[in-house]
Design a protein around this ligand. Structure first.
Ligand code: ZN
Ligand code: ZN
Ligand code: ZN
Length: 380
């Protein structure tokens, strides 16, 4: 978790108030007396500011009944000066070194029966809260907050669309940098700079998997020198100032691919990715989208080379709900945004992946990535 700059664009107060109201309702529905929201994406979602988590406790107390309170060290309170606390009805409770912030939380809640803590709350805070809250049962807040964050509103969809367009502009330029004789790391550095130039806050990840490295789905970059004939997986993304992330993969060939099986295999992958995107609409399950891609790849004999789920939700986090995976029978609803990214990985030889971010619309699907999906054969 990192500290963000203070003046990042945040949703307006009315939108945040609606989210806090829904969070309260979700807590009540889950028989939970309060949500204890740690700094990070959940906090940014609810108050427009992600803050930072350190050894000193910062937590947003969202009771099922009553006003929320932000418990924050006095020395870090200026970082929250921009949140519309009055309009949101949030009390700011500061504490100084030597105070017991966990008692401050307990004082606010009385004797709760059950509290939900953010999934990524540091253990030192979780255990200290357990001590301060006596008999209260602790559960994860993730499943409660996820119900809100999984369905994006219009402003969030706009932000994801903007992030998609920005990463498309970077993919459009990959041919400038991906050349024989350069290392993956050199190419990756150019791509990372372009990710920022094209409107992101930073490059969160840059995968340049050339030749055999393309068969490792979460490869980063290496000192491998790119050769003529290599197939190269380029998977890149990062957050735009609104906090929403891009994530897009295209597969390139540096000149005509060296391996004879590339064209035929890639055609299978392309058909699988298209079929999965085309299957997206309200009411179908997340796992049916995985199956739409996987069945085509399996039927072509490549099932064992498709070694990950078909996709993940995306928003303020790069990976969030809903996961597009076998076993997830969640029915898709308008506003759910996720990746569709099947891959075929031939260990020791080469790999390929195609990834778009899509959103479920009232009638079907919109893709935020518009670059051609075919193998991009660069002049070399
Ligand atoms: Zn991934
Ligand atoms: Zn990706
Ligand atoms: Zn992804």
């Amino acid at each position: 978790m990192s500290r963000r700059s203070l003046h990042t664009p945040a949703p307006d107060a009315a939108a945040l108030r609606a989210r806090l109201d829904r969070a309260r309702g979700a807590a009540a529905k889950a028989d939970t007396d309060a949500l204890l929201i740690a700094p990070g994406s959940d906090l940014r979602y609810l108050i427009g500011q992600a803050g930072g988590s350190f050894e000193r406790l910062t937590t947003l107390v969202v009771p099922a009944e009553g006003a929320p309170a932000l418990v924050v060290p006095k020395l870090e309170a200026p970082g929250y000066a921009d949140i519309p606390a009055d309009e949101l009805g949030i009390d700011i409770l500061t504490w100084v070194d030597g105070d017991d912030p966990y008692r401050l939380v307990a004082g606010r809640l009385g004797k709760p029966g059950r509290v939900a803590v953010s999934d990524f709350t540091p253990a030192l805070h979780v255990l200290a809260l357990r001590g301060a809250l006596g008999a209260a049962e602790q559960i994860l807040a993730g499943p409660i907050v996820r119900e809100l964050r999984m369905r994006k509103d219009a402003a969030e969809i706009d932000a994801l669309r903007k992030a998609g367009a920005a990463i498309d502009r970077v993919h459009a330029r990959v041919g400038e940098w991906l050349r024989p004789g350069r290392t993956e790391a050199e190419v990756g550095a150019d791509i990372a700079a372009a990710i920022v130039e094209e409107g992101h806050d930073r490059a969160d990840f840059v995968i340049v998997g050339s030749g055999p490295n393309g068969a490792s789905p979460h490869h980063d970059v290496s000192e491998r020198v790119i050769e003529r004939g290599d197939v190269v997986v380029v998977d890149i993304g990062g957050p735009i100032p609104e906090g929403y992330n891009s994530d897009s993969t295209r597969t390139y060939a540096v000149g005509e691919p060296r391996d004879a099986d590339v064209a035929e295999t890639f055609a299978v992958l392309l058909a699988a990715q298209r079929a999965a995107v085309a299957a997206v609409r309200p009411g179908v399950t997340a796992e049916s989208i995985d199956a739409a891609a996987r069945d085509i790849i399996t039927d072509a004999g490549f099932g064992e080379y498709f070694i990950h789920r078909t996709g993940h939700g995306i928003g303020l986090d790069v990976h969030e709900e809903p996961y597009i995976i076998k076993g997830n029978d969640l029915p898709l609803e308008p506003g759910m945004a996720f990746s569709v990214e099947p891959g075929i990985y031939q260990a020791g030889r080469w790999g390929a992946r195609i990834e778009d971010i899509v959103v479920v619309t009232e009638t079907g699907v919109e893709s935020f990535n518009g670059r051609p999906h075919e193998l991009v054969v660069l002049d070399a």
